[in-house]
Design a protein around this ligand. Structure first.
Ligand code: 13P
Ligand code: SF4
Length: 300
């Protein structure tokens, strides 16, 4: 029996659904029932019928699925698959920031811990941040955590300023303006797509700054035949699969999120076999965190 057959058999036995982020290994994306960006996966998790969800991605994503599904079992194939950006602010640090800015509203990127979400009014993903942030008045004081790059990108688009927490994604931080310029010189005329977690200097050199789901949609509609990709390399698997007539060139071969790569087929099989590791969020955190997530999901 191949490992894929083993996974399918266990999945049927458990009545499980497998969700995978666009940065997962190609073979993991291929066995998933649904692959998407953080927003698409959160929406999927909110509407899943299955009693068991296997979340292939990083911890905060599985935690979000667990918060949305208190009666279900949410499995994460490798519980050490964290997001360093999410860990750049703690609940205590956010409480301290809020105390310094009474009256301000705290907003978190979904790449944050449940404890931080529980302290926030609403959360955003890179796929909906502009729409969600546009619901605030221009004169409202906003504390935006933890990603300073996504925060500054949205503030710039909406012509406002936020109090930004100095968090960042260590993987996207590896992409430099020089790398974009080198790729453009090697592929003249090819459009550059980057993720909003990139620095402003990088974003300013790009043609499109999109969530990973936004990149997949954009790639389907563009007339360009060669596209330069400035985000985690896992996305190229899906882009190539969905657009066989187009060429996707990674701008830098080292844009790899080590945590996203921790999920292997073997670990997916093992977690379904053992029904572990499961993600559990205590109700005193899950209930307020869910408010922030539900407020975001209500904005369409
Ligand atoms: P999106 O897939 O929502 O664009 O987010 C990227 C990311 O870094 C997830 O950790
Ligand atoms: Fe976190 Fe960056 Fe990895 Fe996304 S790519 S999970 S933001 S470290």
């Amino acid at each position: 029996m191949t490992i894929t057959d083993e996974i399918l058999e266990l999945k049927n036995q458990r009545g499980a659904v497998i969700l995978a982020h666009n940065y997962c290994r190609g073979e993991v994306q291929d066995i998933a029932d649904y692959t998407g960006d953080s927003l698409e996966l959160a929406r999927k998790a909110a509407n899943v019928d299955a009693p068991v969800i296997v979340f292939c991605g990083v911890y905060f994503m599985a935690e979000t699925a667990a918060i949305l599904n208190p009666g279900k079992t949410v499995l994460i194939p490798d519980a050490t698959a964290g997001c360093p950006m999410a860990d750049m602010i703690t609940g205590a640090q956010l409480r301290e920031l809020k105390a310094k800015h009474p009256g301000a509203k705290a907003v978190c990127y979904v790449n944050s811990t449940a404890e931080v979400k529980a302290e926030c009014h609403i959360c955003v993903t890179s796929g909906n941040a502009e729409k969600v942030m546009a619901t605030f008045g221009k004169d409202e004081e906003i504390l935006f955590v933890p990603d300073r790059h996504l925060g500054s990108h949205i503030a710039e688009k909406l012509g406002v300023e936020y109090v930004l927490w100095p968090g960042y994604c260590p993987t996207h931080a590896k992409l430099t303006p020089a790398m974009i310029e080198r790729a453009r010189a090697a592929y003249p005329g090819a459009p550059v797509i980057v993720h909003p977690e990139c620095s402003k200097a990088v974003r300013d050199l790009a043609d499109q700054c999109l969530s990973t789901g936004g990149m997949c949609k954009w790639a389907r509609t563009t007339d360009a035949k060669t596209i330069l990709v400035g985000t985690e390399l896992g996305i190229c698997h899906r882009l190539r699969k969905e657009n066989p007539g187009k060429e996707f060139i990674p701008i830098a071969d080292h844009l790899v999120c080590p945590n996203m790569k921790k999920t292997t087929l073997e670990k997916v099989r093992d977690c379904l076999r053992d029904m572990s590791p499961a993600v559990k969020v205590p109700p005193e955190i899950a209930i307020p965190a869910r408010l922030a997530i539900d407020r975001m999901l209500a904005i369409r």
